[in-house]
Design a protein around this ligand. Structure first.
Ligand SMILES: Nc1ncnc2c1ncn2[C@@H]1O[C@H](COP(=O)(O)OP(=O)(O)OP(=O)(O)O)[C@@H](O)[C@H]1O
Ligand SMILES: [Mg+2]
Length: 303
């Protein structure tokens, strides 16, 4: 049933030679197929020939910059995952890139553990994402309720299943960001909510040797009270919108302090990237109560 997992093809676009080398080696050592280009124009050519599944791109580059390249790439593909690498003090451009439908960003100097975590996350997305099937007739109403244990490894598949419910309704150009937004929020419900792992504990674990983070997750999954908790996902779609309500059994958090994504200065804060990216993809993202419940809303084009 399951197909052998193909490793993603990764394209690095970066004008600084040392950074380009560093990224290329890192990605290759993780076992991915990789190509590199030194500016946006060459990056675009490489995109067309190499057909990458994931692109890491710098923003400011000679000949053609990362924003122009991104715009051209998006005219050809809604499916390729694009992650911008962004220098300190260029938050304005990062926000522009996100509006041009970049999917994520890494702040320079790029840390190897962040790249590795990104590769792992997107490999899972890539391996489980199904092609959109054609929908015959108009689905006027749909509902689905799912209960999920604390298994980060299956979240990608759960999100793919949720996305199938929206086939034919969420436009192709917006599907990838909605997919990734759901992934961030459900991962938060498991990692920060049910398993009670703080931002600090997560960053520290990711900075340590490679087994520390998976071991921390495993440990919590086995310990009481964490192991008995689950995530509830309630989905409904009508003629106007899709709505996902995600509820965990953790202690919640101070969601009022999550940075506003429309203020570029906040993009460089170490904390709160996941929620911020999700905020940009959904029409509404509302935390309820102590923060262990969140409603995501996406308005749909008229029937
Ligand atoms: N369901 C939740 N329960 C408890 N705390 C949460 C929950 N969701 C988010 N948080 C808190 O909000 C912070 C910001 O979440 P966000 O997803 O934006 O970033 P992150 O998870 O820390 O990092 P990243 O998603 O980039 O790995 C988290 O570090 C965590 O402290
Ligand atoms: Mg998160």
């Amino acid at each position: 049933m399951t197909q052998p997992e193909r490793k993603m093809r990764v394209l690095i676009v970066e004008d600084d030679e040392a950074s380009r080398q560093f990224m290329t080696t890192l990605v290759r050592d993780e076992g991915y197929e990789v190509e590199a280009a030194a500016n946006g124009a060459d990056g675009l050519k490489a995109f067309e020939n190499f057909k990458p599944d994931l692109v890491f791109s710098d923003i400011s580059m000679p000949v053609m910059d990362g924003l122009e390249m991104l715009e051209k790439i998006r005219k050809q593909s809604n499916d390729v995952i694009v992650v911008m690498t962004t220098a300190f003090g260029t938050a304005e451009y990062t926000l522009k890139a996100l509006r041009l439908r970049a999917n994520d960003f890494l702040v320079k100097p790029v840390m190897p553990q962040d790249v590795v975590a990104n590769l792992k996350k997107y490999q899972d997305v890539f391996a489980t994402r199904s092609v959109e099937r054609q929908v015959f007739g108009m689905i006027l109403h749909r509902e689905l309720t799912l209960q999920l244990g604390n298994q980060p490894a299956i979240v990608s598949r759960v999100v793919d299943r949720l996305m199938q419910e929206t086939e034919g309704r969420i436009p192709p150009s917006e599907r990838l960001n909605i997919h990734l937004g759901l992934l961030e929020i459900i991962m938060n419900a498991i990692e920060h909510g049910n398993l009670g792992i703080t931002y600090h504990e997560k960053s520290e674990a990711l900075e340590s040797s490679s087994e520390v983070w998976p071991n921390l997750v495993k440990q919590r999954m086995a310990d009481s009270p964490y192991r008995d908790r689950s995530v509830l996902i309630q989905f409904q779609m009508d003629g106007e919108c899709c709505e996902w309500t995600i509820t965990d059994e953790g202690e919640g958090f101070n969601w009022e302090e999550v940075p506003d994504p429309n203020d570029p200065e906040n993009l460089l804060a170490a904390n709160g990237r996941g929620i911020m990216l999700a905020r940009l993809s959904f029409d509404e993202l509302t935390y309820l109560g102590n923060g262990n419940q969140v409603i995501l809303r996406k308005n749909l084009p008229p029937l």
